[in-house]
Every structure is written in structure tokens, then in C-alpha cells.
Design a binder for this molecule. Structure first.
Ligand code: ADP
Ligand code: MG
Length: 730
């Protein structure tokens, strides 16, 4: 009774050939340099022939937020965009936005129009600037009734227009914000844009106070490292859990998984490298500067990171990155899994948000320079950020909550759900000596003695790496590592920016007071450090964030540890904790409630789908396989007995299997009953809590029994692609 579909899938995968894609070439058929085709699908108004120099200057000011665009200019831009897009072969345009599903959404319209009865291509100013998708079909957290379904998309001038290619056509993509009839943000972009304005406002004041007079604009920068898994398509469709939920709900772990640490930075296999290269070509064309690519820790896990950009464009780019990763994977007969925890027992996937603030004059506020101990501006900025994370930790934690991320945060994996900040030895010492009034002795950067003169000198970094902290200072930026791999980064970024802008308001007040009292700006900056670092140092932790000791230590320090999504999002209902989001103008009160409701609803729905899928797999796949093998064994026992041969082995196996399958059957029924009851009660918050505290542990237990059964049943009779297949066969 061999299971053919799984065996067939394996044979298919063994026979796969590496896909070759079209690498851009010139007329002579020579490969183009990336720099020659980078951004070829991005609209660049500077290159427009139909816009005058004056138009371009006005547009620049509009993009910088100094002016608003008028109808006349919008019409000119629409014409220039249309001309460019149709020359490139685009037939459609779409307003592209990021609703609260975490994914992106797009509605396509053809350029095709009629002048009388003559067909033409057209794009009007209003089509460019505004769209009206039906908002009622997007998550709205009960913020609107269906009869008030109007929603608007409005063009975001700060994020470039680009062309998306598919095998048989091209679409002009217009990045937009998505808001309700009453002007509530129904997306992740609008609050992010507001947060960037607020950062600009407080940081411009900061610059003025400390004498940085030439600065015109301050903005947040972000580079999002994206982790993902690749498995073969043939296995993917054999697992309804992967298709329905994005993660394997059961599966026995292979003996070798990640313990030898041989996958991380290991040589990239040919088929995977070909995939990565095609992803990069696609991204380059759309102006996304993919920079690093490597194997990650778990088998089958990989990472890409782009060069950082301003936060809003980085957030848009990350959405495109996720789409391209998924689409190109299919062309290579892979499926790209962006779920936070596709395979239990090996590492999950996150998204590291590298974050900093920069001026238009090119100064990075988190650049320590050669003498960080005397760089008071840098120290005051870091102290303010630390205070912001300390004071608003719970809300920042809420911003990254999702059912998928619960398997990383709060489980035995990096990073923990406790928000802490890693500063590294040097910085911590500098701060501690300042706060305690001691003297910091600066040691020049050391050259490491490698004992091998053939090698280039290695300068020792000021901070060692720490991989376990959710919020780590890494040289000249902070790295917020707790975001989920599938999530939109716009939401956590807007909360983080709001938190930091909120504390900078206080920083500026301290500076004002100190400077008014006759202090130098350096002394005033020191006063900021003394106040904030003195207060927030409790959140600084340079040790191992995975350890149980830290959990205890953090509790002693009074730091929050919100392990699950229902706990974390309840913070959004606590006005004391979320006030800063309104104070900074980043969210309206109604928008926070909307987000709470959407997150709660999504948690319940996603978990419900998981639990139902688990149940279906148990009753349609695992139990039938167990029952069939039981029948086979008992048949064998009978024949052995008839022949007078010892059948104790078969009887032992049969007994084990009988006990396990019975237990599985019962546990699954209990789980199904609890789900039904919860649905009847209808209280969503109670339901979510119940799922997290009772049903999830039950589902883990059920998965464990399934795994035990998997280990007994002959390999060729197991109906599901195994972890071995998915993680090791490529
Ligand atoms: P690592 O894995 O060592 O953290 P990576 O090279 O994978 O480093 O990723 C680092 C990310 O940080 C890149 O996306 C990079 O562009 C980004 N980054 C570097 N400097 C800044 C900055 N000032 N602001 C925001 N992001 C930055
Ligand atoms: Mg990295």
C-alpha cells in the first residue's frame, strides 16, 4: 500500500533542472551591468521630456512635502507617466496599496479609452491621483458598516511609480494610501507617512537647538532583511497545512536539522542560486537594491537584504520583495514560504528592521564616529531611543504581534517577547560611566592579532554582535529583529517612529531649558543622556536573550513579557499606553481600535483555519494511514500465528499504534468540541485568549502524537511529504 503521490513528488523533484532566466543583454548580446538596467522600470520625472524644468522643480518640492500638487501639474505628470508607461509596453495601471491584511492589494484598469469612437490610451490626473476601491471587503475592524463602504486610494508622491512585468503584459503600479470616507487610515502606509513627518518635525527642532543650521529635512531610514524558506512545489501541494496556513502543523523532525550549523552561510545550491539571481534581476529593474543573499540557519532557509532607503519607500519595497520572492519561486518550481514558523523544531523566519535617522545633508544620527564617548549628539540620540523603547515597549511589542510570530517570540527562539535593548560593551560602559559620574577611558580601536601575517589586518569593532536581542545597536543603526517575516514593516515602523518622536519632544524640552540656562549645547546633550539613560538602563541587556535566566531577570527589572498575540494586542486598548500614538499624530484613536479589532479577528481566523486543517489532516490522512497499517499488522499477526511463528514484534507495534491512534482520535475530538463551543459564545477576546492558552497547547500535543505515528508507519506508506523531503530534497 505504498503512497504514490508522495513517491511521485520525490521523483519529480529528483528530475528537476535548474531554470535559466533572461539576463538583460545589450544589442550585441553582451550582459548588461546591473548599473545599466537598474531602475529601468521606475518612472523618473527628471528624465521626462514633456515636463519643463520649472515643473520638475515644483514636483520636487511637492515630494519633499513643501507644496501640494495642483490639477494642472498633476495633468502634466499623468501625461508624462502615460507616455513613459506605454512606451515600455504597459497596458494597464493600478492603484497599489497596503490594507490591514499585511499584504498588498491592487486593482487594475486598462489605459484603453475612447475619443469618440477612436480607441486611445489615456491616464487622467484624477486617475493618477485618486481611486475608489470598495473598502468593505478589506479588514476594517468594524470601523465601518458595509453601507458606508467607500474607501479611497490616494497617490503617494514620495514612493516612485514603477512597472510590474508579467509573462504576457506590463502594469504601471501607482503606490497609494488607502483611507476611509471619513479619512481614517485603512492601511499601513498612511500612519507611516505621518510618523515620518513627526520625526522630521521633532528632529528639525533638535537640529536647530544644537546648531545644525544647514539641515532642511530629517527622515528615518530602513533596511529590511527578509528571511524565507524554499521548498519544492511538488511537496507543497501535498501538504494542505502549508497551502491553507503557510506552516507544517505536524511533522517529525529529521535527525540532522540545524545542529551542525552547516547551512548558515553555506555554499548556495545551484537551483537556489539561480532563483536568487532571477529575484535580484526582477528587483533591480524595479529599483530595489538587493544587496546580500545567503543561506540562513535552518535547512531550506535563506535571506536577502536590500540597501537601506527612507522608511516609506523601504516599506513599499519590502512588499514588492515578498511578492517577487513568491512569484519567481513558482517559476523555479519552488514555493517560497514567508511564514514566521513553517517548520517546528528548526528556526523560524523574521524580518530585521535596520533603523536610523538621517539628515538631507547626509548625517546619520546613529553614527558614533571615532570617539563615541565625546560625540554627545550621538549619545543623546541613543539615550532618547533607549528611553523610547523602554517607555513604549509594550506598544512596540503589540505592533509585531501575529499568530505566526507567536511561534518565535515567547517560544524558545530568538528573539524573545521581552523587549530589551542591546548596546554592546563599549557603549554601555560609556553610558554607565557618564551616569555614575565615573570616567570613561577610551581605548583606541584594536587591531586583532590573527597570528597569520598573510591576512589583511582586522579592526576590532566597537560592538560585538549579539543575535538574541530584539532591539540591538549594530554599529551605526538599530536593528529591530522581532518583526515577523510575513508582516508589513510599515505598521511596526510607524509605532517605533511615534515612540521615538514622542521622547524627542521631551529631549528638545530638556535642551531648551538647559540652553536657556546658559549651558553649551554639548552640556545640554549630556543632560539628556543623564536623564534618559539613568531612567531607561533597566531595559539594556547585553547577555543571552534566549536564556531562562533572562526571563527571570527581566521580570525582576519589571519589563513586560507579552508572550502571545491576545496578550500583546490588549495593550492597544490601554489608553495610558497608546496615548503617545495620538499625541504624535501618527494614529487617531479610532484607528488604534480598528487595528486592535483587525488583529484580534485575524488571530482568531488564522488559528481557526489551522485547527480545522489539523483536524482534517488527522482524520483524512494520519488516522487512515494508522488504521491501514494496523490492519496490515493484524493480518500479519494472524498469518504468523497460523504458521506457528513468533509474532510478538508485530503485536508490540500493533499495540503502540493502537494506543497512539486512539489517543489521537480522542484528543482531536476534544479539540473540535472546544472550538465549536467557543464559536457559540461569541466573545472574541475571550475566544482568542482561550485559543492561545488552551487550544494551541492541545494542537501541539496532537501534532506530537501524529509525529509518533509517523515514526512507526513505513516510510513509503506515509501520506504526507515529510520534513526530510521538504527541507532536504531540492
Ligand atoms: P547583518 O546580517 O549583519 O545585520 P545585512 O547586511 O544582512 O547585515 O543587513 C543590514 C541591513 O541594514 C541592510 O539592509 C543595510 O542596508 C541596512 N542599513 C545599513 N545602514 C543603515 C542605516 N543607517 N539605516 C537603516 N538601515 C541601514
Ligand atoms: Mg543579515
Amino acid at each position: 500500500m505504498a503512497n504514490h503521490s508522495r513517491q511521485d513528488a520525490k521523483l519529480t523533484v529528483y528530475g528537476r533542472k535548474t531554470r535559466k532566466c533572461t539576463v538583460p543583454v545589450n544589442e550585441q548580446g553582451k550582459y548588461l551591468k546591473v548599473s545599466q538596467y537598474y531602475g529601468e522600470n521606475v518612472y523618473n520625472y527628471h528624465l521626462s521630456k514633456s515636463l519643463s524644468l520649472e515643473d520638475k522643480e515644483t514636483l520636487k518640492q511637492v515630494i519633499e512635502g513643501k507644496k501640494t500638487i495642483n490639477r494642472e501639474l498633476a495633468t502634466k505628470v499623468a501625461n508624462s507617466v502615460l507616455e513613459w508607461a506605454i512606451a515600455k509596453g504597459a497596458t494597464h495601471f493600478c492603484h497599489w496599496f497596503q490594507p490591514l491584511t499585511g499584504a498588498s492589494a491592487e486593482k487594475h484598469d486598462a489605459f484603453l479609452s475612447f475619443d469618440g469612437d477612436r480607441p486611445i490610451e489615456a491616464l487622467s490626473a484624477s486617475q493618477l491621483m485618486q481611486g475608489e476601491p470598495d473598502a468593505s471587503s478589506f479588514p476594517n475592524g468594524g470601523s465601518r458598516a458595509t453601507f458606508e463602504a467607500r474607501g479611497y486610494t490616494t497617490w503617494d508622491l514620495t514612493s516612485p511609480l514603477f512597472i510590474q512585468e508579467s509573462s504576457n503584459g506590463k502594469t504601471l503600479v501607482i503606490p497609494t494610501a488607502f483611507v476611509s470616507y471619513h479619512g481614517d487610515a485603512l492601511d499601513t502606509k498612511t500612519p507611516l507617512l505621518r510618523s515620518d513627518l513627526k520625526i522630521n518635525e521633532v528632529m528639525m527642532k533638535f537640529c536647530n537647538l544644537i546648531g545644525m543650521k544647514d539641515v532642511n529635512r530629517v527622515y528615518t531610514t530602513c533596511g529590511a532583511e527578509q528571511e524565507y524558506f524554499l521548498i519544492d512545489k511538488a511537496f507543497y501541494f501535498g501538504r494542505q497545512d502549508l497551502v491553507m496556513t503557510g506552516r507544517a502543523l505536524m511533522g517529525s523532525l529529521t535527525s540532522r536539522n540545524q545542529q551542525l550549523e552547516d547551512h548558515y552561510f553555506g555554499m548556495i545550491e545551484e537551483r537556489v542560486l539561480a532563483y536568487m539571481a532571477e529575484v535580484e534581476i526582477e528587483l533591480y529593474k524595479m529599483g530595489i537594491p538587493a544587496k546580500t543573499r545567503h543561506n540562513e540557519v535552518a535547512p531550506g532557509q535563506f535571506e536577502m537584504a536590500p540597501i537601506f532607503k527612507d522608511a516609506n519607500v523601504a516599506a513599499d519595497n519590502n512588499q514588492i520583495v515578498m511578492t517577487v520572492l513568491r512569484n519567481v519561486a513558482l517559476k523555479h518550481d519552488f514555493v517560497c514560504l514567508l511564514h514566521e514558523k513553517p517548520f517546528s523544531g528548526v528556526n523560524g523566519s523574521g524580518k530585521h528592521l535596520n533603523w536610523s535617522m538621517s539628515t538631507d545633508t547626509g548625517i546619520n544620527f546613529l553614527e558614533p564616529g571615532h570617539d563615541p564617548h565625546e560625540n554627545y549628539r550621538f549619545l543623546a540620540v541613543v539615550a532618547t531611543v533607549v528611553e523610547a523603547v523602554y517607555r513604549h515597549a509594550d506598544t512596540i511589542r503589540a505592533g509585531i504581534a501575529s499568530h505566526g510570530n507567536d511561534h518565535r517570540l515567547g517560544a524558545n527562539e530568538a528573539p524573545p517577547s521581552i523587549m530589551s535593548v542591546f548596546l554592546g560593551e563599549t557603549l554601555t560602559k560609556i553610558f554607565e560611566s557618564m551616569v555614575s559620574g565615573g570616567k570613561y577611558v577610551h581605548s583606541a580601536r584594536q587591531i586583532l592579532d590573527l597570528g597569520a601575517r598573510q591576512l589583511a589586518d582586522l579592526m576590532k569593532d566597537n560592538t560585538d554582535r549579539n543575535r538574541t536581542s530584539p532591539f540591538a545597536f549594530t554599529g551605526n543603526k538599530f536593528e529591530f529583529r522581532a518583526c515577523g517575516s510575513s508582516a508589513s514593516i510599515g505598521y511596526p515602523l510607524s509605532i517605533l517612529n511615534a515612540a521615538i518622536a514622542d521622547i524627542f519632544d521631551e529631549t528638545n524640552k530638556i535642551l531648551e531649558t538647559e540652553i536657556a540656562a546658559g549651558k553649551s549645547s554639548d552640556d545640554a546633550l549630556v543632560a539628556v543622556v543623564m536623564k534618559f539613560y539613568g531612567n531607561a538602563q533597566r531595559i539594556v541587556f547585553n547577555g543571552d536573550g534566549y536564556s531562562q535566566d533572562w526571563v527571570k531577570e527581566a521580570e525582576k527589572r519589571g519589563l513586560g513579557n507579552l508572550r502571545t498575540t491576545p496578550e500583546a494586542i490588549s495593550v492597544l486598548k490601554d489608553a495610558k499606553k497608546t496615548n503617545f500614538l495620538m499625541r504624535t499624530g501618527v494614529f487617531k484613536e479610532s484607528e488604534i481600535m480598528t487595528r486592535h479589532n483587525v488583529m484580534l479577528e485575524r488571530y482568531i481566523k488564522c488559528r481557526d483555519i489551522e485547527l480545522k486543517t489539523l483536524r482534517a489532516m488527522v482524520s483524512q490522512q494520519v488516522l487512515p494511514a494508522a488504521v491501514a497499517y494496523k490492519a496490515q499488522l493484524s493480518e500479519g499477526v494472524k498469518r504468523l500465528k497460523d504458521a506457528g511463528i513468533d509474532s510478538s514484534l508485530e503485536i508490540d507495534l500493533l499495540k503502540d499504534l493502537a494506543v497512539l491512534s486512539k489517543a489521537l482520535y480522542e484528543e482531536t475530538n476534544i479539540m473540535a468540541n472546544i472550538i465549536n463551543e467557543l464559536h457559540h459564545k461569541g466573545d472574541e477576546e475571550a475566544m482568542a485568549k482561550n485559543i492561545a492558552s488552551d487550544l494551541m497547547p492541545r494542537s501541539v500535543k496532537i501534532a506530537q502524537i501524529c509525529n509518533q505515528i509517523e515514526e512507526i508507519i513505513p516510510d513509503n506508506q506515509w501520506p504526507l511529504p515529510k520534513f526530510y523531503d521538504m527541507l532536504f530534497i531540492r
